[in-house]
Design a protein around this ligand. Structure first.
Ligand code: ADP
Ligand code: TYD
Length: 208
């Protein structure tokens, strides 16, 4: 929770190609002009520089520990330069990925380093989104969508189908452990239906 901040902090999570970016953008458009759309890794100039170090190059470029430090450094910059100032202005901050991605990718799927991930989060980040939408879908279909983009940012996506299955299980486990915050969304539907569902859930959550 973001405590005394006036704004609302919302994250989108899920495996690669699940439709997170599409849905984060759709919600931001629906909540204009109060919404600020941002993403991780990145979301601030320095954090975007760190992003390039993380998403380009060979899969074994960084050790799992170094990778956690880089994601955490990028997140800290994002928090300081973009998220906190916007929340203080009362805006709805919508981020495409946040700390749940590190818990699942670095804490469980790529390496079993969850205790380290949690300690660094407590030391350096210390906040959770108020609300998280987990876009859940079959990794096979999601992987096909993701690879179709050919963005050059494929260091994580080339890790394969078995890896994406581990990720999906990891995200669903997190959702079970935090059911109030993490809303699981069926990502297999068409983009319009998903966007409508998410907007309805957002309004219901605001009213609760
Ligand atoms: P992510 O951010 O999770 O990687 P994207 O939103 O970038 O996912 O979507 C990945 C690809 O799938 C894009 O080409 C996008 O246009 C397409 N896509 C997104 N949502 C849907 C959907 N509900 N049905 C079919 N294709 C989709
Ligand atoms: P992203 O740009 O969201 O990729 P995609 O749109 O394909 O889902 O994120 C880039 C990659 O970084 C993605 O494979 C997930 C990975 N990642 C982590 O491993 N840990 C993290 O903490 C974050 C934020 C992302």
């Amino acid at each position: 929770m973001v405590g005394a901040s006036a704004g609302r902090f919302i994250s989108f999570e899920g495996i690669d190609g699940s439709g997170k970016s599409t849905q984060a953008r759709r919600l931001a458009e629906a909540l204009e002009p109060t919404a600020l759309l941002t993403r991780e890794p990145g979301g601030a100039p320095g954090a975007e520089e760190i992003r390039r170090l993380l998403v380009e190059g060979a899969p074994a470029r960084w050790s799992p520990e170094t990778e956690i430090l880089l994601f955490t450094a990028a997140r800290r910059d994002h928090l300081e330069k973009t998220i906190r100032p916007a929340l203080d202005q009362g805006r709805v901050v919508i981020t495409d990925r946040f700390a749940d991605s590190t818990r699942v990718y670095q804490g469980a799927a790529r390496a079993a380093l969850r205790p380290l991930v949690d300690r660094l989060h407590d030391l350096m980040i210390g906040i959770e989104p108020d609300l998280t939408f987990l876009i859940d879908m079959d990794p096979e279909a999601a992987l096909a969508r993701g690879l179709a983009r050919q963005s050059g940012e494929d260091r994580f996506e080339t890790l394969g189908l078995a890896f994406q299955r581990d990720l999906r299980a990891g995200f669903l486990e997190l959702a079970q452990s935090a059911p109030e915050r993490i809303h699981v969304i069926d990502g297999t539907r068409d983009a319009d239906s998903i966007a409508e569902d998410i907007l309805n859930q957002y309004h219901a959550w605001c009213a609760a």
